[in-house]
Write a protein that binds this ligand. Structure first.
Ligand code: PRX
Length: 651
């Protein structure tokens, strides 16, 4: 008799283990495993104890008010997150401490102290007020990786204006969608930014976006590249004309714990990105506490999270977590291979970086380029390494440990999501015995489980779906203006538990091993891209009748976009058309969604009810034997696609 199919098969576990080096353990912020049991005995007490570290103008009444699926953390409290990230440290005598060592791609540098960051934030906040921004108004931020980007975020937070940062690599159309959904009244941008030795047209894209929106009254523009930009008098304002003349004094608005701090748009299983809502107090407590203990932050550390602030990693672990802990950070504007493939290692050598946090896709790229680049530089300042964004394969983990970490640095493989706001599953570097490829255990105060299709906990050794079973402080507070979608996406599959959309397995010792998305979200270089979003952009091209997109395994980017396209009657596919379609997707979403492979096929494989069988397309793209084909409406389609396969074009 056939056995009941399991939700997911657990394959092999890597059995190598690495205990924290004794010298690291001896100095670690947490070195005793009892922290897990202590937190577990009293979750609310655990988080409340950490909340005591911050400045509140009114203490909370209730630690947690949980009405599934909406949590309120530290309800009744009042505070300001920018005051906690800046004023608190300056008052404590840390004004001269560097908040960011910043390095522009062309090689220009600046070091910004906490006192300077506070002054600039207050000036920017006053400028926003002058531009008509009130508490509660939304502000869109579309900037390069320059210090004015955290300044803009902190200035919004200071006056209680929820911001939405749009990654500088997104297109005008993507920016317009986010402005429209959030109803932003002001956009903060720059003339351009430097990337790959060229300039990114941020202001021009902003103008194109504004042609498709109606809520924006003012555009504040920082001059970064001094390139020519289109200008609308009365609407557009130069940063240097308005910010420097403001008073460097702007009292922080005292906001409710649950005041919306920001919205961050992320891809889901439909074409429309979701506006993930994050609020103030729980987010501060969650990001700062995890940052302090997972990265073992000490006052003299030089910490570099090499993400872009446009993603949640940058929000939580370049801006709010590190600043709340008065950390000295490094910020770099550009790509890792400009002017040469050793740029990151030069940055580490120059600033004596002690902690590096980056994505597996970067690590795999460096592996491909070869060890000669890191070997040119002195990396002995490093003491801890982190990874985030997708599962890290054991070879990359080992290479990272040996070649970058000199076999002396613990690695923290941190699992979390835009929705979770903070790291949830991770080693603690002074406590956890790590295994390459495993994110190990839930952070103290966090509870997770692996469940089967019925929602029953899968015994150790098995695999299933990852769920988070209790609320955590930095959790999302919904999808902006879409309660239904919020409930459907995260809370309906396993009522009362947060469904992450990831597959996971647990080994006999209870270690969590993440296995990637179980829905139609692809992970391209660690970034979430929805298959549907790319499909709709392809289908919006006049020559395309239908498209199906899948993530094909890729040795460097994790997954790469593989698009199957059927054309409208009479048109033949060609290299020229492939190029045109790639550019079309880039214009609609951004270069991050550029399909790597396009295959023109006469038909797509469908079930009798008309659903595209992505599973088959995945098998075809990955060159694997086809699974069950009995539900295909037309069995000859697969053969036709296989024949067409010869004409697939690679980018
Ligand atoms: O599939 C998981 C993967 O990234 C997804 C979340 O993507 P995003 O919201 O863009 O946030 C990425 C940065 C926090 C998750 O559903 N993911 C993230 N970290 C890991 C991971 N997969 C495996 N291991 C990780 N450490």
């Amino acid at each position: 008799m056939p056995t009941q199919p399991k939700a997911l098969e657990a394959l092999t576990f890597d059995e190598r283990r690495f205990a924290p080096p004794e010298a690291f353990r001896a100095q670690a912020n947490w070195r005793d495993a009892s922290v897990y049991a202590d937190a577990d005995r009293d979750l609310e007490g655990f988080w409340a104890k950490h909340a005591e570290d911050f400045l509140w103008s009114k203490r909370w009444d209730t630690v947690l008010d949980w009405q599934v699926p909406y949590a309120k953390w530290f309800a009744g409290g009042k505070l300001n997150i920018s005051e906690n990230c800046l004023d608190r440290h300056v008052r404590a005598g840390l004004g001269a401490k560097v908040a960011y060592h910043w390095e522009g791609e062309p090689g220009d540098t600046r070091s910004v102290t906490y006192a300077e960051l506070l002054d600039e934030t207050q000036r920017c906040a006053n400028a926003l007020r002058e531009l008509g921004v009130h508490t509660g108004d939304r502000v869109a931020i579309y900037m390069p990786m320059i210090p004015e980007l955290p300044v803009a975020m902190l200035a919004c937070a200071r006056i209680g204006a929820p911001f939405t940062v749009v990654f500088g690599g997104f297109s005008a159309e993507a920016l317009a969608g986010r402005i429209n959904d959030s109803g932003a009244t002001v956009v903060i941008t720059a003339d351009g930014g430097y990337r790959k030795g060229g300039v990114v047209q941020l202001k021009r894209n902003t103008d194109d976006a504004l042609a498709q929106t109606s809520t924006v009254q003012k555009v504040l523009v920082y001059r970064r590249t001094a390139q020519e930009v289109p200008w609308t008098d009365g609407r557009d304002v130069w940063w240097h004309d308005i910010v420097p003349r403001q008073e460097a004094h702007c009292p922080p608005e005292q906001l409710d714990s649950e005041h919306m701090l920001y919205l961050l748009y992320t891809s889901g299983t439909t074409a429309k990105p979701k506006g993930i809502v994050h609020t103030t107090a729980g987010y501060l407590v969650g990001t700062a506490t995890t940052h302090k203990y997972i990265f073992d932050i000490k006052p003299d550390d030089v910490y570099w999270c090499a993400a872009d602030i446009g993603w949640v990693t940058g929000h939580s672990y370049i801006v709010f977590g590190p600043l709340a802990n008065a950390t000295t950070g490094v910020m770099y504007e550009g790509v890792p291979d400009f002017p040469d493939k050793d740029r990151w290692w030069r940055v580490i050598e120059k600033y004596k970086v002690t902690i590096l946090y980056c994505a597996p896709t970067a690590i795999r790229t460096f592996m491909k380029w070869g060890s000669q680049y890191p070997e040119r530089c002195d990396l002995r300042s490093l003491r801890l390494l982190g990874s985030v964004g997708e599962p890290i394969n054991p070879e990359a983990w080992i290479w990272y440990r040996e070649t970058i970490g000199g076999s002396r640095c613990p690695i923290v493989d941190t699992w979390w999501m835009t929705e979770t706001g903070m790291i949830l599953i991770t080693p603690l570097p002074g406590i956890t015995v790590t295994k390459p490829g495993s994110a190990t255990f839930p952070f103290p105060g966090v509870r997770a489980d692996v469940v089967d299709d019925e929602g029953k906990s899968v015994p150790r050794g098995g695999a299933g779906y990852l769920v988070i079973t209790t609320p955590w402080p930095a959790m999302l507070r919904g999808i902006y203006k879409d309660d239904r979608r919020y409930r459907d996406t995260y809370w309906s599959r396993f009522p009362g538990r947060f469904f992450a959309g990831d597959g996971a397995k647990r080994d006999e010792q209870g270690y969590f091993w993440l296995m990637g998305r179980v829905d139609d979200v692809m992970k391209i270089s660690g970034h979430r891209i929805s298959t549907t979003e790319v499909e709709s952009s392809l289908v919006s091209h006049p020559k395309v009748a239908e498209a199906a997109v899948i993530g094909r395994e890729d040795p460097i980017t994790g997954q790469a976009i593989f698009a199957f396209v059927t054309l409208r009657g009479g048109t033949d596919g060609s290299d020229g058309l492939s190029r045109e379609l790639r550019e079309h997707v880039v214009a609609k979403i951004g270069s991050i969604a550029r399909p790597k492979t396009i295959m023109f096929t006469p038909e797509l494989p469908k079930t009798r009810s008309g659903k595209i069988m992505r599973r088959l397309l995945r098998d075809i793209a990955n060159g694997q034997p086809l699974g069950d084909t009995t539900t295909l409406a037309d069995a000859t389609v697969v053969e036709q696609i296989r024949t067409a396969g010869a004409s697939a074009t690679e980018d």
